[in-house]
Ligand binder design. Structure first.
Ligand SMILES: Nc1ncnc2c1ncn2[C@@H]1O[C@H](COP(=O)(O)OP(=O)(O)OP(=O)(O)O)[C@@H](O)[C@H]1O
Ligand SMILES: [Mg+2]
Length: 294
């Protein structure tokens, strides 16, 4: 089953106009080069993961480190289908998913032993949690991408058997190019017209998520990319469903973060009015789904 999925999508991408970009000779400026990551004598965990991804054929090389966040490090890599954004989750102890209870509230964990291990925050429990988070990020990326939302295309899957093998890494299509990676909206210089457009797209994106029953949980210009006048939503591990008793609060907080983070672009909006607009648009037309070829 998974092999069929694989082949179908590979054939699809072989013919796709966006498929493998020409390799750029210019090295990205201002970023750390990562030749050491692929050397065989380094026993660093990250090296093992990178090698596993290479063995699985998902990437051919890591080009540069893009950004080291508190939970994950983002790398620019190359794969058979073009440029890849490789999000590699950090060591378990450093992860803030240890404090994820507000997002996990209302979730039902059927496996009693897993539930105990997770609640106990043992090493094994943390590993299970991390596995859960990474798999959930892939599953959501696939769902949102197929539903036509402006999110990066996941590059492993859609069968969970395939993407489970890349944990603790998530592979998705790079937004922008290797030499000119899409900035976050928080960093992008925008004209007033672009700011208006980015705002409209961001409100629409939040509405599209809500239509599917989701609150992003960390929705602000820090998790929105800007490329060719188009907004792309990123960063989904804390995506929350209506089952969560805090759902309304998280949604209201997202509206507030969006409003606050857009002020620097000259957008003066009211958080309550924005939330109502999001709710109104969530009842409106949905984006056109992206269909996988059989
Ligand atoms: N598909 C993508 N294309 C280009 N850049 C991306 C993509 N996905 C993520 N990034 C970049 O990588 C950074 C980290 O990604 P993300 O926000 O998902 O992780 P994070 O763990 O929340 O990190 P941070 O704490 O820095 O926000 C983003 O801020 C963005 O600059
Ligand atoms: Mg982020």
């Amino acid at each position: 089953m998974s092999a069929q999925w694989h082949h179908a999508s590979e054939d699809f991408w072989d013919d796709h106009p966006e498929a493998p970009r020409r390799r750029s000779k210019k090295k990205p400026l201002g970023r750390r080069q990562l030749a050491h990551l692929t050397s065989t004598d380094d026993i660093d965990v990250q090296d093992d993961i990178i090698r596993r991804l290479q063995d699985l054929g998902h990437i051919t090389e890591v080009v540069a480190e893009l950004k080291s966040g508190k939970e994950a490090t983002a790398y620019v890599a190359r794969g058979p289908r073009g440029s890849v954004l490789l999000k590699l989750y950090r060591d378990l102890e450093a992860r803030s998913f240890k404090d994820d209870s507000v997002y996990r509230a209302g979730q039902v964990i059927l496996d009693v032993r897993a539930k105990r291990a997770m609640e106990g925050r043992t090493r094994k429990g943390l590993e299970m949690l991390q596995h859960d988070w990474v798999n959930a990020e892939y599953a959501r990326l696939w769902q949102l991408w197929q539903a036509g939302l402006p999110v990066p295309e996941p590059l492993v899957g859609p069968h969970p058997y395939d993407y489970a093998q890349t944990v603790p890494a998530v592979l998705m299509r790079l937004v922008g190019t290797e030499d000119d990676v899409a900035p976050r909206l928080s960093d992008a210089p925008l004209t007033p017209e672009q700011a208006q457009s980015a705002w409209r797209q961001s409100v629409q994106g939040m509405a599209d998520l809500l239509r599917l029953g989701y609150a992003h949980g960390d929705y602000s210009t820090y998790n929105l990319l800007w490329w060719e006048d188009t907004v792309t939503i990123i960063d989904f591990p804390q995506l929350t469903t209506r089952q969560n008793p805090h759902f309304r609060d998280l949604l209201a907080r997202d509206a507030q973060s969006l409003v606050t983070s857009f002020r620097k672009h000259g957008i003066q909006a009211d958080a309550d009015a924005t939330l109502r607009e999001v709710q109104r648009r969530a009842l409106g037309p949905a984006p056109t789904p992206r269909l996988l070829l059989p």
